[in-house]
Design a protein around this ligand. Sequence first.
Ligand code: ADP
Length: 360
Amino acid sequence: MSSAGKTERDLLGELVHSPVWRVVLAAMREGLLIVDRELTILVQNPAAEQIFSPPPISSRPLRLIDLTRDPALHEGFLCAFDHGTSVELRFELRRGDPRTFHVTITPLHFAAEEPQAALGVFVEITALERLERMRRDFFANLSHELRTPLAAILAYVETLQETGLNDPEYARHCLDGLFRQAQRLHALVRDITDLAEIESGAITLSLEDIPLRAFVEDVLALIRPQAKERNVALANEVPEDAHVLADPIRLTQILQNLLDNAVKFNRPGGQVWVTARAVGERILISIKDTGVGIPPADQPRIFERFYRGEKSRSRETGGSGLGLAIVKHLVQLHGGEITVASTPGCGSEFTVSLKAAVSQ
Ligand code: ADP
């Protein structure tokens, strides 16, 4: 009891019923709970109600245990009462989609020496933690991707230093290897730069009416050398009248990446078809191959940065795992969508939907 004859609860009651306080509570995005020493809930703002979804109103006072059984949270409140100091902790809500919160618990001293109430503020950090995880994964993947070609370059240089120069044929073999690994590093840096540029929103598109068949023919010409080397046939079956509204540089990048994969993951004697059809105001461009296919479990993940299916097979092909992430971003930047359908052992089909150009 305070000198003015009011209990902590009276003082809190006065505060809680003030209209300004109510507005503040309702406007807060952070969840707020005030509990007494018995961990009975004295105040709960709407954000906290949304976090804990309290049980239906009962005749007895609501207690912290009715909202959550998390031992660390109970411990945190009790500790704030016992020591009279603030406590910070991480709280995980496992109901439905897991959510995480940073919680600060502060003992409240109004009139009495001992705190009779404690305030818990819940700040959601689910998205922040996810971003942090993505950042860590990105750097782990990146250093892994850099390490492989760099280790090979060092090995070639050491061999050249030790014996290679005495044997011109072997020296040439080392130089070829050095060139391949340097190209791989170059492609990786180019992909990372592209992705960073796209993700930062720094890219603006210059949309043009593109006659698709002729355009696809030009992109196929870029792919033809590697298709020939792997004995994969390329077919352009895009109708003459298909026109899309796209940025030519970015559309080249999209098609080149998809075609490159269609050849790379194909079998000798295989085939790649490019077709297109109009559906409403959109053109669906399909790149279909007779390659190794993509296991169903991998299909939703192949558009993630650095994700590669069945590692050993992909590594032989030397890609960075960034190609499809770039393609997806570029397609979305055009207001389009990309989907994949695939049967392992038979082949894959990537479908890109873009706006049709009106002049068709
Ligand atoms: P990369 O080609 O550098 O490995 P991508 O992002 O282009 O990276 O592709 C990611 C993964 O998706 C590939 O490693 C491969 O496992 C799978 N993939 C993509 N296209 C095809 C395809 N046409 N056929 C089979 N698998 C494919």
